[in-house]
Design a protein around this ligand. Structure first.
Ligand SMILES: N[C@@H](CCC(=O)N[C@@H](CS)C(=O)NCC(=O)O)C(=O)O
Length: 223
C-alpha cells in the first residue's frame, strides 16, 4: 500500500502544545482538500525521544511535517506551508486587515507568553487549579484582551462562526492549547473569552485530539 503524501510527526497528545497547533493546521488544510495524512507520535521525555525525533526533524523538535523530501520542522512554518499549498482551506482570513491581525496574534503566541508556557504547561487530562504568578496573570490578561479584540473586530462581524476571525483558522490552531491550559488550571475567563473557550472545546478536530490524549499511556512528571 502506498504511504500517505503527508506525514506529521507529533509528541504526546496530552502534553505537546506545539504539536497540537501543527496538527490542527494539518487537519484544517488537508481535511478541507480531502487529503489524508499519516501521523507518527513520538513520546516526549523518553531515553530514545531525541534520536527518534531527529530522524524526522533537524531541530530535534516536534511537530514536523514531511512532504516528499521536504521536512518542515516548526509549527508556524507548517501553517504557512499548508496555507500556501491549500489556499482554499482559509487558514488565514481573506481580508487583508483581518489577515495582518491574524498574523500578529499568531506571531505573538509563537514568540511570547513565556511565563504562561513555563508555569502552566499543557496537560489536557489534568485538572489542577493554580494561583498564577503576576507575570503569568499578565500573559493571561493579554490573551483574553486579544481574544476580545479579534472576536469584536473580525469574528462577530464576519458572521462566519465562533472563532477568532469567524471561521476556524491558524489563529485558532495557535490559541487552542491556551484554552486547554485555562481549563486544566481553572483560569477564570470573562464572557467573551469563556465563549471562545467553549467554541474551541466544541471544535471537532480539537475534541478528536483530546480524546486521543485521554487514552494515551504515558504520564510525564511535571514540576
Ligand atoms: N518553535 C517550535 C517549538 C517546538 C517545541 O518546542 N516542541 C517540543 C514539544 S511541545 C519538543 O519537540 N520537545 C522535544 C524535546 O525538547 O525533546 C515550533 O513552533 O514547532
Amino acid at each position: 500500500m502506498a504511504g500517505a503524501e503527508f506525514t506529521l510527526v507529533v509528541g504526546n497528545k496530552n502534553y505537546s502544545s506545539w504539536s497540537l497547533r501543527g496538527w490542527l493546521a494539518a487537519k484544517q488544510a488537508l481535511g478541507s482538500a480531502g487529503v489524508d495524512f499519516e501521523e507518527i507520535v513520538v513520546p516526549l521525555d523518553q531515553p530514545e525521544t531525541a534520536e527518534r525525533i531527529r530522524r524526522h526533524s533537524p531541530s530535534g523538535k516536534v511537530p514536523a511535517l514531511k512532504h516528499g523530501e521536504l521536512a518542515v520542522w516548526d509549527s508556524l512554518a507548517i501553517g504557512e506551508y499548508l496555507a500556501e499549498r491549500f489556499p482554499e482551506a482559509g487558514l488565514w482570513p481573506a481580508d487583508p486587515t483581518a489577515r495582518a491581525t491574524a498574523r500578529c496574534v499568531v506571531a505573538e503566541m509563537h514568540a511570547g507568553f513565556a511565563s504562561l508556557r513555563a508555569e502552566l504547561p499543557m496537560d489536557m487530562r489534568n485538572r489542577a487549579p493554580a494561583s498564577p504568578s503576576s507575570r503569568t496573570l499578565a500573559d493571561i490578561a493579554r490573551i483574553q484582551a486579544l481574544w476580545h479584540d479579534c472576536r469584536g473586530r473580525f469574528g462577530e462581524p464576519s458572521g462566519e462562526g465562533p472563532f477568532l476571525f469567524g471561521a476556524p483558522g491558524l489563529a485558532d490552531a495557535f490559541y487552542a492549547p491556551v484554552v486547554s491550559r485555562f481549563v486544566t488550571y481553572g483560569v477564570p475567563m470573562d464572557g467573551a473569552a469563556a465563549a471562545y473557550a467553549e467554541a474551541i472545546q466544541a471544535w471537532a478536530p480539537y475534541a478528536q485530539w483530546l480524546a486521543a490524549a485521554e487514552v494515551e499511556p504515558w504520564v510525564l512528571e511535571r514540576p
